[in-house]
Design a protein around this ligand. Structure first.
Ligand code: OAD
Length: 250
């Protein structure tokens, strides 16, 4: 049976009082945003420079590489909407079960779905900064339009005095992640951790499930195996939307 395990998932949810979700790119693929390491992931695409687009030293040398490719990864297309996976987590919050979403995604879709407690550990596109942090702008349609076109936004085009490139509030490799301490505390409080759509290969998020308390249950919903599969209480290797549809909660 394709969705073997959804009965157990339902049982684990009904017995839990403090769910923390850890999400990654796989929760947004059905919205039209590709993941990184899946079979159709952007790191597999010929000509894509790979994880170096998120390398802070690379950005310092040439921000154009980042801006040439980032359009593919954003909900900058105004039509992009939260998926059933996002809506499932919103529903769990409404039921008083889910307390926090810790996401690696920078697409803003958990907030758009209405979840109140979202830790965006790799940041977001809500504002842009110069690298010296002396100038910043809140994101609006003008800057998004510039980024959508693949252009490098510069401070002087948005009211700044220099022509320094602007970097979104997204965490690059070589920078500190955001909200890690809070995420760790939430993981330690959880009685159920649901990892959805993440390869669990990028640190420090990949380490978070190992900080769960002894009584906490661990569920993985991901198309491909993860390093935590052998210690999880339930592993569902299937599409997230189809899995949550089976639960009839969205
Ligand atoms: P990955 O691309 O590493 O993993 C996404 C996982 O989701 C893969 O294992 C897919 O098999 C799975 N997946 C894709 N679509 C799915 C679906 N519809 N249903 C179920 N599973 C699905 O993405 P992340 O783990 O999020 O860093 O990657 C972590 C970080 O690596 C990202 O935040 C990004 C990247 O470098 C930064 O942006 C700084």
């Amino acid at each position: 049976m394709l969705y073997e395990g959804t009965d157990l998932l339902m049982e684990l949810i009904s017995k839990s009082k403090y769910i923390v979700a850890l999400t990654g790119a796989g929760v947004s693929t059905s919205a039209g945003i590709p993941d990184f390491r899946g079979p159709q992931g952007i790191y597999q695409q010929p000509g894509f420079p790979g994880a170096m687009i998120f390398d802070i030293n690379q950005f310092r040398q040439d921000p154009a590489i980042f801006y040439k490719h980032i359009g593919q990864l954003l909900s900058m297309n105004k039509d992009i909407q939260p998926t059933k996976g996002h809506r499932f987590l919103k529903k769990l919050e409404e039921l008083g079960k889910l307390k926090t979403v810790v996401t690696q995604n920078i697409d803003g879709l958990h907030k758009m779905a209405g979840n109140s407690y979202v830790i965006e550990i790799h940041g977001n596109f809500e504002s842009f900064y110069t690298l010296d942090m002396k100038f910043h702008v809140e994101t609006d349609d003008v800057i998004l339009d510039c980024v959508r076109k693949g252009n490098v936004p510069r401070a002087c085009d948005f009211g700044g005095e220099t022509d320094e490139p602007l970097k979104p509030n997204v965490v690059f490799f070589g920078e500190a992640v955001q909200g890690l301490e809070k995420a760790l505390t939430e993981v330690q409080k959880a009685d159920l951790i649901i990892c959805m759509g993440t390869s669990l290969r990028v640190y420090p998020v990949a380490q978070l499930p190992s900080y769960r308390n002894d009584n906490a249950k661990l569920v993985i919903i991901n198309l491909e195996p993860t390093p935590y599969d052998n210690e999880a209480n339930l592993v569902i290797h299937a599409d997230i939307d189809e899995t949550v549809e089976t639960l009839k909660m969205v």
